[in-house]
Design a protein around this ligand. Structure first.
Ligand SMILES: Cc1cc2nc3c(=O)[nH]c(=O)nc-3n(C[C@H](O)[C@H](O)[C@H](O)COP(=O)(O)OP(=O)(O)OC[C@H]3O[C@@H](n4cnc5c(N)ncnc54)[C@H](O)[C@@H]3O)c2cc1C
Length: 464
């Protein structure tokens, strides 16, 4: 583990060039040292009860829960590999996005967004590997507003109201925040660790105080009210990322009724043309093609981009578009047409007369050793976000308890990104960076990220 810590710091310093090589080295080193290699199936049964496509946040939970039933068989197929300690460090989440754990999608150019970014396009990071996007995300544990779930239930999705889902949130969660142990909204015996980091800056205190001064309460964002200011609750375990692989897959790899297959690229779902149900999948592993059938269900959990893509490749999607690509239409449906993205501004930078978290400070050996040996200190801040606030803007037409904007307190800011990690992640050009932040590089600064969480369009609520 000590070696691991040194390696991650080197990786941070040398950046992307060496990242792929280091990810491979890290995986081999870690799996041989800790013997935590996920068994990778190469011999498949012709049929399983359930086939799960994609071992991301959702797929890992599904695999864990279904394989609790010892009489059913489960196949979990994942295009990527298993995680390593490279993705464990909460503060360097952005760095992980430069490795092969990110599919590296880019949006199409648009006149209305991403103008300061390379080629005028936004990066769309998406996780690849057992754990999926939970390997590269910022780990903030926020369930959202109860009304969003209730609206799903009202739209004919029975069982999806907040009250019906709460027992499952509690079942999954192992809350490590003593003041919430008795809260009816949290669980203490689940697999997914939700904790605060030990690190608390002066900025955090000031941020929460400013919230109070504006009339907001300091809340548990996963409790009674979402609106308010809060310290970041994060999916971390003793200062390190708790991915869904760690929470839900590592503990069940010994089960006899689950086969996990990595580097397995699903290319198509097999759809019965008469019943129009999915009866199996086709996938490629190590250049070999496989067809496996499902007795009960195929569960498609390949993420926001790959799930609709796989549906379309399997003949379910907008008929005209499928015909353009010579795909036989099984069902004409507007698949992919409800895609929504956060509208985010990350560039707000504030100069302060106190020490903040920036690349230069992080090379400080005491911070490095504190992280490696104790899982403490600034390296444990989830994605650099110490706290956040859900607020209702003055022009909002939503109900009083419903936020339309999220503000995220960064323990540092873009101007402290001397090694260029965040710049690369967001795709900011050097010219734009120098123009905006160049003069601030030597100053102590913190950042505020703002995201639109809900907008109203033609009387319809759109929740991001
Ligand atoms: C940069 C970033 C920061 C984020 N921060 C937060 C945060 O702080 N808090 C929060 O709650 N959410 C956050 N999110 C969002 C959250 O991580 C995702 O919503 C969630 O992980 C999605 O889960 P999923 O199971 O739908 O998909 P994923 O976790 O993306 O899983 C999909 C899986 O399917 C696999 N796959 C894809 N295609 C195929 C194929 N053809 N064959 C086989 N396997 C395939 C992928 O490799 C992947 O492992 C963040 C997201 C990003 C990108």
């Amino acid at each position: 583990m000590r070696f691991c810590g040194v390696l991650i710091i080197c990786l941070w310093s040398f950046q992307v060039t060496w990242s792929q090589l280091l990810v491979d080295l890290a995986r081999d080193f870690e799996t041989s040292l800790l013997n935590n290699r996920i068994p990778d199936t190469t011999r498949f049964l012709p049929e399983y009860d359930f086939i799960i496509v994609g071992a991301g946040s959702a797929g890992c939970v599904m695999a864990n829960r279904l394989s609790e039933i010892s009489s059913v068989s489960v196949l979990l197929l994942e295009a990527g590999d298993q995680e390593t300690f490279i993705s464990d460090v909460p503060l360097t989440a952005a760095l992980t996005q430069m490795t092969r754990y990110n599919w590296g999608y880019k949006a199409e150019p648009t006149e209305h967004a991403c103008q300061g970014l390379k080629g005028g396009v936004c990066n769309w990071p998406k996780g690849r590997g057992v754990g999926g996007t939970s390997l590269i995300n910022f780990m903030l544990y926020t369930r959202g507003h109860r009304r969003d779930y209730d609206e799903w239930a009202a739209a004919n999705n029975s069982g999806w109201s907040y009250d019906e889902l709460l027992p499952y949130f509690r079942k999954s969660e192992r809350i490590g925040i003593p003041e919430l142990y008795k809260s009816p909204y949290h669980g203490r015996n689940g697999q997914l660790d939700v904790q605060y980091t030990d690190y608390r800056s002066q900025l955090l205190k000031a941020f929460l105080k400013s919230g109070r001064e504006m009339g907001y309460e300091i809340t548990d964002p996963n409790g009674e009210h979402l609106i308010g200011f809060a310290r970041s609750q994060a999916t971390i375990r003793n200062g390190r990322r708790c991915s869904t692989s760690k929470a839900f897959i590592q503990p069940v790899v010994h089960r006899k009724n689950i086969h996990i297959s990595m580097k397995s690229w699903v290319t198509r779902l097999i759809i019965d043309p008469i019943t129009k149900t999915a009866t199996g999948v086709k996938f490629v592993k190590q250049r070999k093609r496989y067809t496996v059938r499902a007795r009960k269900e195929v569960i498609l959990s390949a993420g926001t981009i790959a799930s609709p893509q796989l549906l379309m490749l399997s003949g379910i999607g907008p008929a005209e578009h499928l015909r353009e690509h010579n795909i036989t239409v099984r069902q004409d449906l507007p698949v992919g047409y409800n895609l929504q993205d956060h509208i985010t501004l990350n560039g707000l930078v504030f100069v302060v007369n106190d020490s903040t978290v920036n690349d230069a400070r992080l090379l400080n050996p005491s911070d490095i050793f504190r992280y490696i040996f104790a899982g403490q200190g600034p390296y444990t801040i989830p994605g650099g976000a110490e706290a956040f606030a859900f607020v209702r803007t003055p022009s909002s037409k939503f109900a009083k308890d419903y936020p339309d904007m999220e503000l995220v307190l960064g323990a540092g800011s873009l101007s402290g990104d001397r090694f260029g990690t965040m710049r690369n992640l967001l795709g900011i050009t050097d010219e734009f960076y120098d123009y905006m932040f160049g003069d601030l590089q030597s100053k102590e600064t913190f950042g505020l990220g703002s995201s639109v969480t809900a907008t109203q369009k033609s009387g319809q609520n759109i929740v991001a």
